[in-house]
Design a protein. Structure first.
Lengths: 516, 177, 245
């Protein structure tokens, strides 16, 4: 049991309002952070979690315009009086997208960036870079080009760059939202270790419930900009279990009763794909997708999942083999028609958003498909209603939170009423609550007869929602089973790095192995 | 220091580099379309150039406008993206300065403000290109003048309208706050 | 002596020299000599010309354009061919060739210079010219983000295509500019904002100086080379200007 020390920071925010907005983004915030605390912040979509972090790091009010009534002090210093580039003495901040936070061309240069700014002598920089890289498990990566890092490695480089500065408080915004289960596990283990052995204070916005609660000592639940409840990790765990149990019961019945349809949606025969740079995309792919399938394609990063999705929608052409969608080959002439019946949900909603209001954005999909009936407006409203964004229809899409923007992307594909929906890592970059929101919507669609192909490295979601699982490994299909038969294949899956054993939700608590 | 012209915070500096890269990529995209639709006048390319020169100044002021222009030209040269980057270097820098000087005198809320600022930029920028056409390619000055005038005219009108509407929606998006 | 051993300032002097001669040389022979000198320098210092392969096609296309324009509009020399209003004069071809040669030298020299040193060396060079580090370090940033953003733009196009956007003909591409450019712009502004924040929070611009992990210094041979090049330019300039006085 680690010891909790003295007060290190105090956050009192009566009100925080962004320009041109009436509703405050944060209000009635009042809490203290003690040395050695590991605080987890959670809450719904657009509840103000990231904004709270911003106001602890000084990004608000120094960097983002906002009117803050209140006072945030760290180690007795009011951060309002501190320049942002001096904040590294107090806090280290790791944001969501690692590639945006890497400044150096190679790993060494990036970790040394902050140290150089602090005018630390070169010899000491060398030593600190070496030590921090070792700590995050990237020894020997010094001269690696940062552009070639995988998501997990990039995340660890950012962590190293932040840790190298030795700030007493570490602040993280959904640090593992883009990582696969393996990467997530490793990162949290390191954070826990820092907190326990070096008494580093950690405040983070939670992405996934599984690991982090094993290390935390306080949980804040934030709603509409207000911390409405403070839990101990155990209490929060218990409450969530009850909530989840209900949900899983409901989902499982659907999975068990699924009857395979004979109507074919897509047929992939002997497909092989090689990228221009000779990289193998996938090989020997044979897959029949039937109407009503909620098919989850799982596999580690780089196993060929996204290649498969791009082949299905004709963004890539198979080097060998044939793909038919709705019984038609993906030929140039047929492609437009096929695409009008398929909806493709990308990982990053920002790759599509270009209109200046939410409703225009949704309407654009209809316009592209040449839909000119007078029901356009009604259709737009219906799909916005379905994803819960109707009240924001006049807003600029980029004012929405990341989770809401993903819901907007979903509305944009639903508006043209596709029969077949392909979702490529739709929950990546989202926290768990937001992720479940997207999945619940897909689940609803599936129940209403749509065919869903979900590509994911999130095994929990794959297991909970799909009725059929296809596992990819080294660019080939390793397994194609009804989800209800999952238990018979756990070992096979574990061999290819997909360990369902230790993620069955809340197992720790039920076994009594949970410790805080 | 005149705040309507200068801004040297990190957001503006980093923004200048990143929008400079966006400019580079879009110059390449429009250049490819021009090569098929109007290979000699390069109207799209010219408009794209004028639009970005203005937009960057509106977003991040100076020296961001100059930095973005230099990034665009230099990276274009170094990567072989657009080997003629050398000739744009001067146009980029001078056009950007002119835009700053004019736009700082207006509220930039009306379309006419955008058109006037763009006129200054398009004329000076195309003047630079014209000098290049005459001096390096030995083009007859009357021809060079005619082609530059057409590009400047189209650029002024189209890019003027575009900077107003796109800068407007950027402000609405709250991404610049 | 390898290219990497030379100080970037020496390379800059060479670049200036090449541009200067490309502009003042008038005859085909002079221009060919300048181009040859540039090519030789690359061959001796790096032993390869592979990186310049990409520009050959672009230069050929440019040459063709210059030729067509000169054939149609050139009015110097004697009339050698007439067909309706189309008049071709004898100077068209020589003018097109010298024009292309000048452009080639400038293109070649620019590429040679800007790829001759690492971003960090350029940053250090700028700092030797008294440019504050907050500005000088942007060189590295542009090299870092270019490949990332290129890939992102392609993903954006893919993403819009699945929504039904057509990108097949030049006309499609024209119509597709806004739906692809705008998400790219928004994304990039977001990226710039986040990157700048990450940099500030890691102490960017905290003081006027910072520790760099490498350094550059003029060696004796750099000084000799730069002086020699300066002398050449001064002699050439004087010989041009003196007769005018």
């Amino acid at each position: 049991m680690k010891k909790i020390g003295n007060k290190i920071a105090k956050v009192t925010i009566e009100k925080l309002v962004f320009p041109h907005e009436e509703k405050p983004a944060l209000k009635n915030i009042d809490f203290e952070i003690n040395q050695g605390d590991f605080i987890v912040i959670t809450g719904g979509v657009a509840s103000g979690k990231s904004i709270l972090l911003h106001s602890i790091t000084g990004a608000i009010p120094h960097y983002h315009n906002a009117e803050l009534t209140g006072r945030v002090t760290i180690m007795g210093q009011n951060i309002k009086d501190m320049r942002l580039n001096k904040m590294s003495d107090y806090v280290g901040y790791m944001m969501q997208e690692p590639q945006n936070q890497i400044i150096g061309l190679d790993v060494y240069e990036d970790v040394a960036f902050g140290l150089g700014n602090l005018e630390i002598p070169l010899k000491e920089i060398d030593q600190r870079v070496k030590d921090t890289l070792e700590f995050v498990g990237l020894s020997g990566y010094e001269s690696r080009q940062t552009a070639s890092l995988s998501g997990g490695q990039a995340q660890r480089v950012v962590l190293a760059s932040v840790l190298a500065l030795n700030a007493p408080i570490l602040i993280l915004d959904q640090p593992t939202a883009e990582l696969d289960p393996q990467g997530r596990n490793e990162l949290y283990k390191r954070l826990g270790q820092l907190n326990k052995t070096q008494n580093l204070t950690i405040v983070l916005v939670m992405d996934r419930i599984e690991e982090v609660l094993n290390y935390a000592n306080r949980v804040f639940y934030i709603q509409s900009g207000e911390i409405v409840k403070q839990y101990s990790p155990e209490e929060y765990y218990m409450e969530q279990i009850e909530h989840r149990k209900e949900k899983i019961k409901y989902l499982t019945s659907f999975n068990l009763n699924h009857v395979k349809s004979s109507e074919m949606i897509a047929k992939i025969t002997d497909v092989f794909y090689q990228y221009k740079n000779d990289l193998l995309g996938c090989e020997d792919i044979n897959l029949d997708i039937f109407k009503g399938d909620f098919l989850a394609i799982i596999g580690l990063n780089g196993s060929g999942k996204s290649t498969l999705a791009k082949l299905l929608i004709g963004l890539l052409k198979p080097s060998k083999g044939e793909i038919k969608v709705f019984n038609q080959p993906l030929s140039k002439e047929k492609l437009a028609e096929i695409r009008s019946r398929v909806g493709f949900l990308f990982q990053n909603p920002d790759y599509q958003i270009f209109a200046s209001t939410v409703e225009e954005e949704v309407g654009f999909s209809l316009k592209l498909r040449g839909d000119v009936n007078e029901k356009i407006e009604q259709k737009i409203e219906e799909s916005l209603e379905f994803v819960g964004l109707l009240e924001y229809k006049k807003m600029h899409p980029h004012r929405l939170s990341r989770g809401q923007r993903q819901l907007l992307a979903l509305a944009s594909i639903l508006v043209s009423d596709p029969e077949f929906i392909i979702a490529d890592e739709p929950t990546s970059g989202l926290d768990e609550n937001q992720g479940y929101m997207i999945m619940d919507k897909l689940f609803h669609l599936s129940k209403n007869g749509k065919t869903i192909l979900l590509i994911t490295h999130d095994l929990t979601m794959a297991k909970d929602y799909s009725n059929r699982l296809v596992a990819l490994h080294n660019h080939r299909i390793q397994l194609d089973i009804p989800t209800r038969d999952l238990d018979q294949h756990l070992d096979t899956l574990k061999e290819i790095g997909l360990n369902f054993h230790n993620l069955i939700s809340f197992r720790e608590v039920q076994d009594g192995t949970f410790e805080a | 220091m005149n705040e309507k012209i200068f801004r040297t915070d990190t957001k503006a500096l980093v923004g200048s580099v990143i929008i400079g890269i966006v400019m580079l990529i879009m110059m390449q995209v429009t250049g490819r379309i021009d090569a098929i639709l109007d290979p000699t006048l390069l109207l799209l390319n010219g408009t794209c150039w004028a639009f970005f020169t203005g937009l960057i100044v509106l977003m991040y002021r100076q020296p961001a406008g100059i930095i973005a222009g230099v990034v665009e030209a230099v990276v274009a040269m170094a990567t072989g993206y657009s080997p003629l980057g050398f000739f744009f270097l001067f146009a980029n820098v001078i056009g950007s300065i002119v835009y700053s000087l004019i736009s700082s005198r207006f509220s930039m809320e009306k379309l006419s403000h955008h058109i006037i600022a763009m006129l200054g930029t398009a004329v000076t920028g195309n003047l630079c290109v014209m000098v290049g056409l005459i001096y390096v390619f030995h083009l007859d000055w009357k021809i060079a003048l005619l082609s530059s005038s057409i590009t400047a005219f189209v650029g002024t009108i189209v890019a003027g309208i575009l900077t107003k509407s796109i800068y407007g929606s950027l402000q609405k998006s709250a991404l610049l706050q | 002596m390898g290219l990497s051993k030379l100080d970037p300032r020496t390379k800059l002097a060479w670049y200036v020299l090449m541009i200067y001669f490309s502009l003042i040389s008038g005859t085909v022979v002079q221009l060919c000599l300048v181009l040859l000198a540039g090519i030789m320098a690359s061959l001796i210092l790096t032993g390869s010309l592979k990186q310049y392969k990409v520009v050959i096609l672009i230069l050929l296309f440019l040459g063709l354009q210059i030729l067509v324009v000169q054939l149609i509009f050139c009015r110097e020399g004697v009339l050698i061919y007439q067909w309706g209003i189309l008049k071709i004069y004898s100077e068209a071809l020589p003018l097109a060739i010298t024009g292309l040669l000048k452009a080639s030298i400038i293109v070649f020299a620019s590429m040679q210079f800007f790829t001759s040193a690492s971003p960090q060396e350029f940053t250090l060079m700028l700092m030797k010219f008294k440019i504050p580090y907050r500005f000088a370090m942007l060189v590295g940033l542009s090299v870092r983000f270019l490949p990332l953003m290129k890939a992102e733009y392609i993903s954006i196009i893919d993403s819009q295509r699945t929504r039904g956007l057509r990108m097949e003909s030049a006309w499609d591409n024209l119509k597709g500019i806004f739906p692809t450019f705008l998400p790219f712009l928004y994304r990039s502004v977001r990226r710039a904002t986040e990157t700048a924040l990450a940099m500030e929070l890691r102490g960017y611009g905290r003081t006027k100086t910072r520790t760099f992990t490498s350094n550059i210094a003029l060696k004796p041979y750099d000084t000799v080379l730069i002086s020699a090049m300066l002398v050449v330019i001064i002699i050439s300039l004087t010989s041009k200007v003196l007769p005018l006085i």
